[in-house]
Write a protein that binds this ligand. Structure first.
Ligand SMILES: NC(=O)c1ccc[n+]([C@@H]2O[C@H](COP(=O)([O-])OP(=O)(O)OC[C@H]3O[C@@H](n4cnc5c(N)ncnc54)[C@H](OP(=O)(O)O)[C@@H]3O)[C@@H](O)[C@H]2O)c1
Length: 225
């Protein structure tokens, strides 16, 4: 069952973002604006992206990818086809947000995801065994992250879902979603993230918390029949 998620807003103070592209940079800017200590990395050494970070994500510190392990929450925002580059040892025991999507029409078909009936995030969780992974921020475009945020209580506040097998991490990430300017809706386990994947009504639209909750309940009921 889904519900409006109430996050523990102050359990996360620092956010590490792996990937400084469209969505990674947008999340970094929103996170800086929300008052988090933000560190950002790519596969390149920090020295090679520090100028880019100064310009594109002011307030965020460029670091080497391994240094993200020092943050309270790591957001993985790289192309999904690169997920096997991630070293599971860097993520073991840590809260991780998977914003990645498998979208064959634009990214090309990938055997790992075509041949497996599970959701893309379950496959990533399998690779990052030992991490506490949730799926979130995958169903909002990078430009909407910066245009659609609203203060808590605003009538037109958009909602974002969080799915994952660890309730406390879902709650913590719900707190981040709220601080970034969106209502958080708890989608339940990671497998429920199927309803957030490309091609779904949730992925394709912008929804209030009540509507998003309703869509998740419908998807959950549909999965049972
Ligand atoms: N674009 C959106 O609006 C949006 C919204 C929600 C979710 N998503 C999902 O988020 C993911 C990223 O999308 P995007 O549009 O932000 O992609 P993007 O603009 O191509 O950016 C990808 C970033 O990942 C870095 N990167 C690539 N391989 C890496 C590796 N092995 N280790 C560390 N960093 C690596 C890239 O660095 P280099 O440039 O140095 O290669 C780049 O900074 C995709 O799975 C996408 O489906 C996108």
């Amino acid at each position: 069952m889904t519900s409006t998620a109430t996050g523990t807003a102050d359990s996360i103070r620092s956010i590490g973002i792996l990937g400084a592209g469209r969505v990674g940079a947008a999340l970094a800017r929103r996170s800086v604006a929300a008052g988090y200590d933000v560190r950002i990395a790519t596969a390149k050494p920090a020295s090679e992206i520090s100028l880019l970070a100064e310009i594109v994500t002011p307030g965020a510190t460029a670091v080497d990818a391994a240094e993200l392990a020092g943050t309270d929450l790591t957001i993985v925002a790289i192309p999904l086809r690169k997920y096997r580059d991630l070293d599971p040892a860097h993520f073991a025991g840590r809260a991780v947000v998977d914003v990645m999507n498998y979208w064959a029409p634009t990214d090309g078909e990938q055997a790992d995801f075509e041949a497996d009936h599970r959701t893309s995030s379950e496959i990533v969780q399998d690779h990052l065994a030992g991490s506490l992974l949730v799926k979130a921020f995958n169903h909002i475009g990078y430009h909407d992250l910066e245009a659609d945020h609203r203060p808590a209580g605003a009538a037109d506040r958009r909602a974002l879902a969080v799915a994952g097998d660890h309730e406390e991490v879902r709650g913590a990430v719900a707190g981040v979603i709220d601080r970034l300017g969106f209502d958080a809706v708890d989608a339940g386990p990671l497998a429920a993230g199927r309803a957030l994947q490309p091609g779904t009504e949730i992925f394709n639209g912008s929804h209030s918390a009540a509507r998003l909750h309703g869509l998740l309940v419908e998807a959950c009921a549909g999965a049972r029949v």
